[in-house]
Design a protein around this ligand. Structure first.
Ligand SMILES: Cc1ncc(COP(=O)(O)O)c(C=O)c1O
Length: 397
């Protein structure tokens, strides 16, 4: 008997299966709206020029590959604190913040869930729908999950009342994960008022919140996109934040992420810091350096930073134009006002009112790939295909 015989195989990952099926589809006309990464007009996920230049510079000056220490790249940590809390935030000088380099946004989420566990959190609330890795990370840490309603299916906007009604059932000390800009999979974001109300509500209810920022700069711009997070932090006074540089720096495979926290007291943050270091030590021992080094190099140099911001702006503007064009075509073909909300949604993803059978039909009859949830990656489109893509999608709406 094999030592592995207690294991039975898990079902295959649906999204990876979809990617393979797309690659193997021999039809000349096919469209991949299932992929979870940014693509340019040629269907390519580029290395940003600011990134290539930063890498070249790093190679020139690098003299060692020795471990950086438990927090990883401290310049990177400071730069992400600038983004999240603000350069002059009083909480930073008061010792009420912490930051650790982590392997991607997902590594940062794991640190946060690990810290929740040590705080005594038993159950973590996630939005319905959410990025499937949220419940996976929580459950892998041995915690339970529950979900809260997030989006209004009729208007295609956030439903704060439903969200708060569901979170009212949470017990004091429960955890909550809330996504920052460009909610995955709906593209539906909270307003500043929503953020403020949610911060006050979670504080009053004693909920332990982690904000997941994975698409900073993909919605309206660096400042505008973090305003909701700051409004939440102002109202709540405490929170954890996971930050990913995978999308906004195009550093998917480098695993550049940051785990941050804001606390009411420096003592609380100092203690939390020792626990984050301990969890990090027991999980990957030391965080990866390369991606964080690239980000620190870019953000620490005015010219590289300007170049990166311009590239980020062009990714964002491309997605906004595609949203407008797709929405216009779909509204015209289906008469559905819900599809007008594609233009008020943000980032790479939106969820179309397409049933799983509809998604299957699109794949089989028209070579258009999207998961059964109806989530589409706007960046997987290009302008010239939009009329045809809209024509195909309209057949199942
Ligand atoms: C909502 C959300 N959070 C976090 C991540 C983290 O990504 P990564 O671990 O690649 O940085 C993603 C990536 O798709 C995401 O969609």
């Amino acid at each position: 008997m094999s030592q592995f015989s207690p294991l039975s195989s898990l079902p295959p990952d649906a999204l990876l299966g979809l990617m393979t099926a797309y690659r193997e589809d021999a039809r000349a006309e096919k469209y991949d709206l299932g992929v979870g990464v940014y693509k340019d007009d040629n269907g390519h996920t580029p290395v940003l020029t600011a990134v290539s230049k930063a890498e070249a510079r790093m190679l020139e000056v690098q003299t060692t590959k020795v471990y950086e220490g438990p927090r990883g790249n401290v310049d990177f940590c400071a730069a992400i604190e600038d983004f999240v809390f603000g350069a002059g935030a009083a909480a930073r000088t008061e010792g009420r913040t912490l930051s650790f380099t982590a392997p991607g946004g997902c590594g940062a989420l794991s640190l946060g869930v690990g810290l929740m566990r040590r705080i005594g959190v038993k159950k973590v609330w996630v939005s319905n729908p959410t990025w499937p890795n949220h419940p996976k990370v929580v459950q892998s840490a041995g915690l339970g999950t529950a979900d809260y309603r997030y989006a209004d299916p009729v208007t295609g906007t956030a439903d704060r009342a439903a969200m708060i009604e569901d979170l009212s059932k949470a017990e004091r000390g429960d955890g909550v994960i809330v996504q920052g800009p460009c909610h995955n999979p709906t593209g539906i974001d909270l307003t500043i008022e929503d953020w403020r109300a949610l911060g006050a509500f979670t504080k009053e209810r004693g909920l332990v919140v982690m904000l997941d920022v994975a698409y900073h700069g993909f919605a309206h711009g660096l400042d505008a996109d973090i305003a909701g997070v700051r409004a939440f932090l102002d109202a709540a006074g405490e929170a954890m934040i996971s930050y990913s540089c995978s999308k906004n720096f195009g550093l998917y495979r480098e695993r550049a992420g940051c785990f941050l926290a804001l606390g009411e007291t420096p003592e609380g943050i100092a203690a939390a810091s020792t626990h984050v270091a301990d969890i990090s030590r027991a999980t990957w021992s030391m965080p990866p350096a390369h991606g964080a080094g690239i980000v620190a190099t870019i953000l620490g140099d005015a010219a590289l930073r300007a170049e990166w911001e311009a590239e980020l702006t062009s990714m964002r503007e491309r997605m906004i134009s595609l949203r407008r064009a797709l929405s216009g075509e779909l509204v015209q073909r289906t008469g559905s006002n819900l599809l007008a909300s594609l233009t008020t949604q943000n980032g790479m993803f939106s969820q179309l009112p397409v049933a799983p059978e509809g998604a299957k039909q699109l794949r089989e009859t028209s070579g258009l790939y999207m998961p059964g949830s109806g989530r589409i990656n706007i960046a997987g489109l290009n302008m010239k295909d939009i009329p045809r893509v809209a024509e195909i999608i309209a057949t199942v709406i």
